[in-house]
Design a protein around this ligand. Structure first.
Ligand SMILES: Nc1ncnc2c1ncn2[C@@H]1O[C@H](COP(=O)(O)OP(=O)(O)OP(=O)(O)O)[C@@H](O)[C@H]1O
Ligand SMILES: [Mg+2]
Length: 208
């Protein structure tokens, strides 16, 4: 079986990191090798760029932000994602290029066509086999993030930014339904887990 590349995406507070555990359990149950990673990050240079990108006190303009995201992604693809897939290990990434389309494109108004140019240059045709888009209404995301005493540079942005970001994610999912599964993640965790497990079972051709 060719190793699969699975990404989790959605606005801040959608539950991506929380639901990694469900995915971990699913892979354990099915005894399949898997590597978990995240963006921006996943490599030494990527984690250093993540620090810069999330620091609320560092000024980064929208084009620089976009380029830094893709710089981190290039390293991540070359030194982590592609070698793992080549070795037959499935890869699960907490965020990937959909986040750049949604945040820098939808949120910050970088033309989506410019992001697509960078996507092609960096990814050379490699795309996720499945993207789980965790979707929640903004009001729910805000309630969840309100618990966080130290919001990062993105978590401090306003409602309009997150509305545009959420909408861009949903538009992308609607335009390629074979690759995306939209997960209603404002439900209780067990219900979210059931949706995610079902999507994974479908991808791997198991009945669930
Ligand atoms: N289904 C759920 N029901 C209730 N609370 C949830 C649910 N899913 C996640 N949460 C809570 O919402 C908060 C945000 O979740 P999480 O950190 O997983 O989001 P995230 O998508 O990874 O956000 P970020 O993009 O900021 O990393 C956490 O406090 C988590 O416990
Ligand atoms: Mg997270």
């Amino acid at each position: 079986m060719k190793a699969k590349f699975i990404t989790l995406d959605g606005i801040d507070g959608a539950g991506k990191s929380t639901n990694l555990n469900t995915i971990r359990l699913w892979f354990e149950q099915h005894q399949l090798p898997v590597l978990f990673t995240r963006e921006p990050g996943g490599t030494a240079v990527g984690e250093a760029l993540r620090q810069i990108l999330l620091d609320p006190h560092t000024e980064v303009n929208a084009r620089t932000e976009t380029l830094l995201m893709f710089a981190a992604r290039q390293q991540h693809l070359d030194s982590v994602i592609k070698p793992a897939l080549a070795a037959g290990t499935h890869v699960v990434s907490d965020r990937f290029t959909d986040a750049t389309f949604a945040y820098q494109g939808g949120g910050r108004d970088i033309p989506l066509s410019d992001i697509a140019v960078l996507e092609n240059w960096v990814q050379q045709g490699l795309h996720p086999d499945l993207t789980l888009l965790l979707d929640i209404p903004l009001t729910v995301a805000q309630q969840r993030l309100a618990q966080n005493e130290h919001p990062d540079r993105f978590e401090q942005l306003d409602n309009d930014f997150f509305e545009r970001t959420r909408q861009t994610y949903l538009n992308r999912a609607a335009s390629a339904p074979e690759r995306y599964r939209v997960i209603q993640s404002d439900q209780p965790l067990t219900d979210v887990a059931a949706q995610i497990s079902h999507s994974l079972s479908q991808l791997f051709g198991y009945h669930s």
